[in-house]
Design a protein around this ligand. Structure first.
Ligand SMILES: C[S@@+](CC[C@H](N)C(=O)[O-])C[C@H]1O[C@@H](n2cnc3c(N)ncnc32)[C@H](O)[C@@H]1O
Length: 390
């Protein structure tokens, strides 16, 4: 089967986790940048990656790298590609792009040129042409064009993989599913021991933890991917891949996942989302203030994602919440490893504990930190509160 370079995109901060996932799946890592990791493989491998990756957003299969100084050259190069072998003539095509070329003021123009080259070519070869538009739920082609070099990819994911399909009821400020998976991976939780998620909101962290603990491929939850709308898509092979990963996943969790929130609507939504993800039996839900969350045993991880507010009044109120989180960690969570995910370094300081490690992430473009606190057991004294430094 023809192999090519495969670029997997992800939000900034996540490449280390994505890279580890690729290594675990026995894929080579060819290169890494701030928002993606490159590997290589066939279209069959691209299907496997869509099925198994937790932190990747789009699996882009390289068709051609080329020189192009301007839109005319771009059209000619793209028109030479045998698109009729990749895009169904009676299908629907969407072009996405990332363009930084001095002759192009509006990337939509580059998209239009790209789309014209593809549909003109198919019309010339086959007599008819696919429809085109902005929807990403069928064939998607991605154009990367920087200065006078371009790469064109088949986007085998289509809709980004962060849309797992289980979050039917998002509440407030939900965390993207891929980010939640990276946060769980950062904690090192692997299914054994306790995973406690007070302030669970719509349940994303607890659901991703359960999926990770069960070794359940997130792609099992989705019924549509870009590769299904490419010529030569082998539905029987896809079923076979799905069946294989389904068999490999665990039936139940050795550890315990507990998710709570003060808002009953949030807990209701989280339960429904967990049911859609097929993991509701692995998570114990309850409505309570975070500090009343039941803590079984005396070890495990506690992950909290409090709001980090933008308005002044909110920030004042949240200062008290962050202080309470610090007190809760100190007084009730000894033996556990505590984590706070926040976009506000000032609020994080109110926890008044020195983080052992920090991870940098980006949530909807906002720079965020996952702060890790070791909450010592027994008589060992807590370290004197210090200002957080990266
Ligand atoms: C930023 S949201 C969490 C979003 C969540 N990670 C998700 O993906 O949906 C913060 C949550 O904290 C909850 N919350 C706020 N104060 C709380 C408290 N004192 N005790 C428990 N939950 C609280 C809110 O109801 C809200 O659902």
């Amino acid at each position: 089967m023809l192999k090519s370079r495969i670029l997997i995109t992800c939000p900034k901060g996540m490449p280390p986790f994505l890279k580890q996932e690729l290594i675990d799946e026995n894929f080579p890592v060819l290169s890494e940048n701030i928002a993606g990791v490159e590997t290589e493989g066939s279209l069959d491998d691209a299907m496997r990656l869509n099925l198994s990756l937790r932190t990747g957003h789009r699996v882009l299969f390289t068709l051609k790298e080329f020189p192009a100084r301007d839109a005319g050259e771009l059209y000619r190069v793209l028109h030479d590609i045998a698109w009729e072998q990749h895009i169904p003539v009676d299908g629907y095509l969407c072009i996405t792009s990332s363009v930084e070329n001095p002759t192009i003021k509006d990337s939509r123009f580059a998209n239009l040129k790209c789309k014209d080259a593809i549909v003109d070519r198919i019309k010339e070869k086959c007599g008819i042409r696919p429809d085109s538009g902005p929807d990403r739920d069928r064939s998607v082609v991605h154009l990367y064009w920087k200065n006078d070099r371009g790469t064109v990819y088949l986007d085998t994911s289509g809709e980004p993989l962060s849309r797992r399909g289980y979050r039917k009821i998002p509440l407030g400020a939900p965390m993207q599913e891929t980010l939640a998976a990276a946060v769980v991976l950062a904690t090192g939780w692997n299914g054994t021991g306790n995973f406690i998620n007070p302030m669970c909101g719509s349940g994303t962290l607890a659901i991703e933890a359960a999926l990770i603990g069960l070794d359940r491929a997130p792609g099992l939850l989705r019924s549509n991917f870009g590769f299904m709308h490419l010529k030569g898509y082998n539905a029987a092979r896809w079923s076979e891949l799905r069946e294989k990963v389904r068999k490999e996943s665990k039936k139940s969790l050795p550890g315990q996942v507990i998710a709570t929130d003060i808002n009953p609507d949030a807990v209701e939504a989280a339960k429904k989302n967990a049911a859609t993800a097929g993991v509701e039996q692995c998570i114990e839900f309850s409505v309570c203030n975070f500090s009343d969350t039941p803590l079984p045993g005396n070890s495990g991880v506690i992950v909290m994602n409090p709001e980090y507010g933008e308005r002044m009044g909110e920030v004042k109120r949240l200062e008290a919440t962050y202080k309470d989180i610090g007190d809760y960690f100190k007084q009730k969570c000894r033996g556990y490893t505590g984590y706070v995910f926040t976009g506000s370094p000032d609020l994080a300081k109110k926890v008044s504990l020195k983080p052992k490690r920090t991870f940098q992430f980006f949530n909807s473009g906002i720079e965020c930190r996952l702060l890790e606190y070791e909450l010592y057991e027994g008589t060992r004294k807590f370290k004197k509160p210090k200002l957080i430094q990266d």
